[in-house]
Design a protein around this ligand. Structure first.
Ligand SMILES: C[S@@+](CC[C@H](N)C(=O)[O-])C[C@H]1O[C@@H](n2cnc3c(N)ncnc32)[C@H](O)[C@@H]1O
Length: 306
């Protein structure tokens, strides 16, 4: 399925299925012997979506190690363990510094509004497409889950005017905010990424923070080769009964590097490579040549000088 300007999805299709995949990896990471994270909501959410391979992955029931290796389950699980830990620590650090307003952009099946130990008075906005927001809200309510903060879902496409919808939901631009864009940027066209980062800056009071995971842009002469290897990977997913073709879902074209872009707009930034996080978490480092090995995590604090 190719992307279009106003495409929509649920958690079993298109970009939505990637949210279910990462939640399955969070569930798998939470089941490990010495886990780096604990997300008790990931497995029931994935189970409710109903994609067989992801359900088995989330519940530790994948039978054949070969099937797991083909689509890279172990690497995904390690990556999600350190990624989740990174963003958890980012939010808890912001809360400790006195921030009381959080915006989770592209919240997917993220359960931080239900599982983190937020201080009193914390307001957490979650933005994602309407079907994604509705599914998580309803499924967790049916599970008896109760948010540990004042959770305010905002059903909105992030290519559209989400800032207005956020304000309507009560967002206060005068108060410092902790923002996250986790597993998002590659699914946005380059101009929508710029608009997203501009809106974050416009809505940020001094002292606001943002955390983002991203990868370096792929040079034009490497794009076809990258798409080809994504197509091969999609074939492996198809053999497991999953329709997931990252090559058709992401925008590979040139885009601004988010850390430099934010630095140009008044943010003090800091980057950490995925291999630094994996090594610190006692997980195997990735080969720099493979796409996942190029991921990095940035966090930034807004100084207010635009
Ligand atoms: C890989 S998932 C990550 C979900 C979540 N941040 C996590 O890490 O579990 C990508 C998410 O981005 C959301 N997303 C991508 N493009 C979007 C858009 N234009 N508007 C709203 N949500 C979008 C998808 O719906 C999906 O939930």
């Amino acid at each position: 399925m190719t992307r279009t300007d106003n495409d929509t999805w649920d958690l079993a299709s298109s970009v939505g299925a990637t949210a279910t995949l990462v939640a399955a990896a969070r569930a798998a990471a939470s089941r490990e012997h010495e886990p780096l994270i604990d997300d008790p909501f990931a497995e029931p959410l994935v189970r409710a979506v109903g994609i067989d391979f992801f359900t088995k992955m989330a519940s530790g029931d994948l039978p054949a190690p070969d099937d797991q290796t083909a689509v890279g389950v172990t690497r995904m699980t390690d990556n999600m363990a350190v990624r989740t830990k990174f963003f958890d620590e980012f939010f808890l650090g912001a809360a400790e510094a006195g921030v009381r307003q959080v915006v989770i952009l592209a919240s997917g099946l993220d359960s931080r509004a239900y599982r983190l130990d937020w201080p009193a008075g914390m307001v957490v906005y979650e933005i994602d497409q309407p079907d994604v927001i509705a599914f998580k809200t309803q499924t967790l309510a049916e599970q008896g889950a109760v948010p540990t903060c004042d959770r305010r879902p905002v059903a909105m496409d992030l290519r559209n005017d989400w800032a207005a919808a956020l304000r309507e939901a009560g967002f206060d631009p005068q108060a410092p905010t902790a923002w996250s864009a986790e597993g998002l940027l590659g699914y946005l066209p380059p101009d929508a990424q710029d608009r997203l980062l501009d809106s974050i800056t416009d809505l940020s009071a001094p002292g606001s923070r943002v955390a983002i995971d991203t990868a370096p842009p792929i040079a034009p002469d490497e794009q076809e080769q990258t798409r080809e290897s994504m197509r091969t990977h999609a074939d492996k997913w198809r053999e497991q009964g999953v329709d997931l073709d990252f090559g058709a879902l992401v925008y590979l074209g040139e885009r601004h590097e988010p850390s430099a872009y934010l630095a140009d707009h008044g943010w003090r930034t800091r980057s950490t490579s995925v291999n630094e996080l994996l090594t610190a978490g006692g997980r195997a480092a990735l080969d720099d040549d493979e796409p996942m090995g190029k991921l990095y995590y940035l966090s930034a604090i807004y100084g207010g000088a635009r």
